[in-house]
Design a protein around this ligand. Sequence first.
Ligand SMILES: [Zn+2]
Length: 470
Amino acid sequence: MEVAIYSNSRQLFNRLFCNILHLHRSYYHHGRSKRILLSRLFQPMNLREDRTIGVGRSSDITCKSQRLMLQAGLIQPANTGCFHYLPYTVRAMEKLVRVIDKEMQSIGGQKVNMPSLTSASLWKTSERWDLLGKELFRLKDRHDMEYCLSPTHEEAVTELIAMQGNLSYRQLPLMLYQVTRKFRDEPKPRFGLLRGREFYMKDMYTFDVSEGAAMETYNLVSQAYSCIFGQLGLQFVKVQADTGSIGGKMSHEFQLPADIGEDRLLMCSDCHFAANVEAMTDTETNCPQCHGKLKESKGIEVGHTFYLGTKYSYILGASYSNTENKPVVTEMGCFGLGVTRILAAAIEVLSTEDEIRWPSLLAPYQVCIIPPKKGSKEELSLGLSETLYDTLIDAVPQLHGEVLLDDRSHLTIGKRLKDASRLGYPYVVIAGKRVLENPPVFEVRCQNNGKTVFLTQEGVLDLLRNVKIV
Ligand SMILES: [Zn+2]
């Protein structure tokens, strides 16, 4: 009884405390401060070209996405192949993870989170402790036990399943995935987030009753991958690939064609055949399927799918009980998406030499509003941009948290517009000369299609009502 009273008064206290906090917040954020102000964002480079010199030797900058992300204050180098992801990058990445979660869960994926530290004994069981050589970051604990910082989790997830005893055939297919940091001691970290030593990956592991069922799962996940790249508006090629150190019986890569890509791809111009050169036995000039001419291009690998068979489930004992209650080794697949790599690769393929362009869904902020310069004629319209901001958030609630006000009004509109173009907000709304008209007219730059339109406040609201937010 005493406990119940205590817990009730505790709840009451918590509720009161939250109410006070909310009151305080709404008071504090009343007016100006509830808007997201650009001047308050943590963005160390602050878009200054001359500051690029401060981020390392210019020879360290090896590609466009890396240079643009450094200049725009999206990333900051920490040590070789490791970066601080700054607020814009984290926002874009969280959006990407939401896109991925939605697709993985729509095909039955369940999200888990496995430890980064995995024990050497597990890797020795699969004989990959030696196979991966210097790529593995190895370490010992205080008891002299050996571990590695995992680059991938086939062993860990298979052991997790094996520890449960036999699964029932009714529980399969089982599809577990995670989005976590991965570690790889790259011989030559380069291209910024494209080839780092610490990065984010989405990795899914699937368990099925038979080879046929595993192939169905394989196709299902592959289709989900196509769907993800489709939503992001990224052109990709799915190619036959080498199974490498993961092993297994079949593998495909999802590649974004790009000049700086490190993979060489061969594609048939007559049929759908496409392969990574590494997967071909000889370097062929003709298509093995239709004998058409093969053309070569370069690609950035952003996804990789493997049909593993029983390689891991057999040695670690991951099995299920079939309809006759007999134990059978499960058929596995594994499916990776390079999360940080997709972000950088998208910037690499979509951007111009000096302006970042994002897949619309992933832009860190959808809208940037630029009010007039302090002391200008247009300043007479003072408050119009702020009114537009507040009305927009009220009228289009899904834009809450997606609209920035570039309050650096000591700078000209031109200077701020240049910054906005570089950062690639899909919509830039400018309170230019025509805000003096009656009714006031805003200039709207739609950066993803390059169009500029002039609209009243009502027109701006109508345009932005259609913005898709993930
Ligand atoms: Zn062909």
